[in-house]
Design a protein. Structure first.
Lengths: 130, 153
């Protein structure tokens, strides 16, 4: 098998746009658009929540019980991105009304819908990086 | 147009950087320090960190069965509404992030799909993660969609 070794992928026509052939071999899709731009895992029960692991996330601001602002390192291009998340053991996260290019605010809830701190929480963002 | 006929492109220290096969193709194996230029062009980021490492679409009606998946070796039916997703190439640790959505219904309708009370993760391990599909009680659901992001081993 031939191998292409490289450190940086940059489009020739547009620096931030590279096409890759799809699994079905019939179409191409945009590499940059298909990548998750940020993700993190954190313990929201800690007095000062911090990431156990993350990518392109800068910090967590504890806004109150179950209420967190996740700060992004390299900002998104706009606030029209898609944000998914998870809790654990019948807790979940939902988006609060604060979705910004440099941060997203989320609220943890239990099955009854009450705000609660979550000990294994995760967030992922897909969209346009600035 | 001129043609350059080669089989290997090498650095001056004689390390082979690129090989062209007999069909003239190169198959990319991108190392984990590969970066890409962002959509807006302002920054570069690591590409491998941005990839979804495992995803699955499955049903729990009658028999737990995947419709399609990537890097999933098998599904284990634990009990009603609870499923283990077994990972093929393991994650490096259990600190990965993910999403899981379920329609908590035996029908194809997406009735409860926007209901965030409808299910969640049960646990995370390097070689598996568990789902719990529930509304007021645990339920075997028709639609189960999930993906994870983190460090592959």
């Amino acid at each position: 098998m031939a191998t292409l070794k490289t450190n940086t992928l940059t489009g020739t026509s547009t620096a931030g746009s590279i096409a890759v052939t799809g699994e079905g071999n019939s179409t191409t899709t945009n590499l940059q658009q298909g990548l998750t731009k940020c993700w993190c895992k954190f313990n929201g029960e800690d007095s000062t929540p911090s990431f156990s692991d993350s990518f392109n996330m800068a910090s967590i601001t504890d806004e109150g019980t179950g209420d967190y602002t996740i700060n992004i390192s390299n900002d998104m291009a706009n606030d029209d991105y898609s944000c998914t998340h998870h809790g654990i053991n019948r807790t979940f996260l939902e988006n609060a009304d604060q979705v910004l290019v440099g941060s997203v605010r989320i609220v943890g809830r239990n099955q009854a819908g009450n705000a609660t701190d979550i000990n294994e929480a995760g967030v992922q963002i897909c969209g346009d990086l600035a | 147009m001129s043609n350059l006929l080669v089989q290997n492109i090498k650095h001056t220290n004689n390390t082979s950087a690129q090989t062209i096969d007999s069909s003239g193709r190169t198959t990319a194996v991108l190392n984990n320090d590969t970066t890409y230029r962002s959509d807006g062009g302002a920054v570069t980021q690591n590409m491998v960190q941005g990839l979804c490492k495992c995803w699955v679409n499955y049903t729990c009606i009658s028999t737990t069965a995947e419709r399609d998946s990537f890097n999933v070796s098998s599904l284990t039916d634990i009990t009603t509404g609870q499923t283990t997703v077994n990972i093929n190439n393991n994650m490096a640790n259990d600190d990965y992030s993910g999403y899981y959505y379920t329609n908590t219904d035996s029908n194809t309708a997406y009735t409860n799909f926007a209901n965030t009370h409808a299910g969640g993760f049960g646990s995370f391990e390097t070689g598996l993660f568990k789902h719990n599909s529930y509304s007021s009680t645990d339920i075997d659901a028709f639609q189960n969609l999930s993906g994870i992001f983190g460090d592959l081993a």
